[in-house]
Design a protein around this ligand. Structure first.
Ligand code: ATP
Length: 489
């Protein structure tokens, strides 16, 4: 066994284009993520979380849930149903306008979002220092939304700017068409118009329609928030990039209800808190996180920022922070005929609260954490793959490794495993050389390997090997639980 003086860890750099391939293969091989229904050739953009992936995703969601509902005494949880009265989606604007403009390339048969092609083009002009061109295209792009035929205006802009697809270099474009992203199904025996229900495309509406139920039952006073984690479904035109864009995914949303006029202050506070959460709770590298301010706002928003992450395939959104005004409550008030106002008990003022929303996707966060953690380095001259996961996020917290199965070491390690298993997800492994067992744990991000050796039998101590440095320390068995607990706060 190596000791702290002889252990050397050398980092290796990895080209980003290779990282995705390695991540997908590691995810499958070690049971983080599998393609859905793989024995039938899978289903596009659908994935299953395996034994380690489901644990890690649960950790991410729990960290989010706790940071919202436990940490803030004025935020409570909700678990609304996926299917709702279809009127909800008329009121929210999703039936009429949850559309993406799509465009096809006739030569490559690939489909793209027309708005993304233009936004990427503007971004490229800015990067190339062509600021005036960027501003000119930006203002034509903004004007397109108000044009009589917005799709035609987008198409004309793409043609005029000679925009090509970044992945193929081709630009043999069809016209732009609108495409509704909501999945529609029929409830009951009749498949007619009256039986149409939708799979929710966002979790937020379950919160808005329950505004009074939650407020009354939990005796909440403005400002207060409602947090929810749940599945959402979008018939995305452009799929791909593993779990980055899926048709079935999970959102972690919090709607914060405030008095009109105070939304800007609440917005700034949530913006700061959400950014730091990625670093402090998930352990993501600060330098890989970026802000993006929306110039073109959604119909419901008066201010919007995205938190973006440097994925191996580019800098992309992981969370949206939106100041949603009173749009949703107002719409539900109009469509349902129910009063959605809040009455301030102290001042007797009545108003429709404004909403600041934080909306993240647990799958995208999973991919961000996974990509950020991936390392290839050399330990004592031997190559290894390592996931540098924060202990709170790592699926397995510690591995119990008897140096040898025989001589009482196996029994002692098993007893310690059973004791620790009451509080932590730990794993016992006695197969193969100790070096191989370390590598297996490094690859799945286990932060600590606890080895039971000869000395353990005599002195009731174990060695704890730290994943990142491969350094070891010897501690008393009676202190192991306390040691792990301290690393997980
Ligand atoms: P994009 O522009 O990438 O389509 P969006 O702006 O439509 O995202 P929102 O509606 O703001 O996304 O949803 C909030 C969050 O939900 C996103 O930041 C993302 O983390 C997650 N999300 C949205 N769509 C998907 C998807 N198809 N697959 C996985 N996660 C998603």
């Amino acid at each position: 066994m190596s000791n702290s003086d002889t252990t050397r860890v050398q980092s290796q750099s990895l080209p980003p284009e290779k990282v995705m391939h390695k991540l997908v293969s590691l995810a499958k091989r070690r049971g983080f993520i599998f393609p859905s229904s793989e024995i039938y050739e899978g289903l596009s953009s659908c994935f299953d979380y395996g034994p380690l992936g489901s644990e890690m995703k649960r950790n991410i969601k729990e960290l989010w849930w706790n940071s919202m509902t436990r940490r803030h005494s004025n935020i409570v949880g909700l678990d609304a149903s996926i299917m709702m009265n279809p009127r909800v989606w008329e009121a929210s604007g999703h039936v009429a306008s949850f559309n993406d403009p799509m465009i096809d390339d006739r030569t490559t048969k690939r489909r793209y979002r027309a708005d993304h092609l233009i936004e990427n083009h503007i971004e490229k002009l800015r990067r190339d220092g062509k600021v005036e061109d960027a501003l000119r295209v930006q203002s034509t792009y903004e004007a397109a939304a108000a044009a009589e035929d917005p799709n035609r205006a987008l198409y004309e802009l793409i043609i005029a700017e000679k925009i090509k697809a970044a992945d193929t270099g081709s630009g043999d474009w069809t016209e732009v068409r609108q495409f509704n992203l909501m999945f529609q199904c029929n409830m009951g025996a009749l498949a007619d118009k009256s039986s149409i229900v939708y799979l929710r495309p966002e979790t937020a509406q379950g919160i808005f329609v329950n505004f009074h139920n939650v407020r009354e039952s939990a005796r909440m006073k403005v400002p207060f928030g409602i947090a929810q984690i749940g599945k959402a479904f979008r018939n995305e035109i452009v799929k791909g990039n593993f779990i980055f864009r899926m048709v079935e995914f999970e959102q972690m949303e919090m709607q914060y209800f405030v008095k009109p006029g105070t939304q800007a202050e609440a917005f700034e506070a949530w913006r700061a808190e959400r950014f730091e959460w990625y670093i402090t709770a998930l352990g993501i590298s600060r330098e890989k996180l970026h802000w993006y301010k929306h110039d073109k706002l959604a119909h419901y928003a008066d201010l919007a920022y995205d938190i973006k992450f440097e994925f191996p395939f580019g800098i992309e959104e992981i969370e949206g922070i939106h100041s949603r005004t009173d749009f949703d409550l107002k719409q539900h008030q109009e469509y349902s005929g129910k009063n959605m106002e809040y009455i301030d008990q102290l001042t007797n003022e009545r108003y429709l609260p404004y909403v600041v929303e934080t909306s993240a996707g647990s799958d995208r966060l999973f991919l961000a954490v996974f990509a950020d953690a991936y390392r290839e380095d050399i330990v004592d001259g031997e190559e290894r793959v390592m996931l540098k996961l924060a202990p709170k996020v790592a699926p397995i917290k510690a591995a119990l490794l008897p140096l040898m199965k025989k001589g009482g070491m196996g029994e002692k390690a098993t007893a310690l495993r059973d004791e620790l298993a009451e509080n932590f997800l730990v794993q016992y492994d006695d197969a193969g050389s100790i070096g191989k067992r370390y590598r297996r744990q490094d690859e799945i991000g286990t932060p600590f390997c606890i080895t039971v050796d000869h000395q353990s039998l005599e002195e009731n101590t174990v060695t704890v090997r730290h994943r990142d440095t491969a350094q070891q320390e010897r501690i008393e068995i009676s202190r192991v639980r306390e040691f792990l607990a301290a690393k997980l706060v």
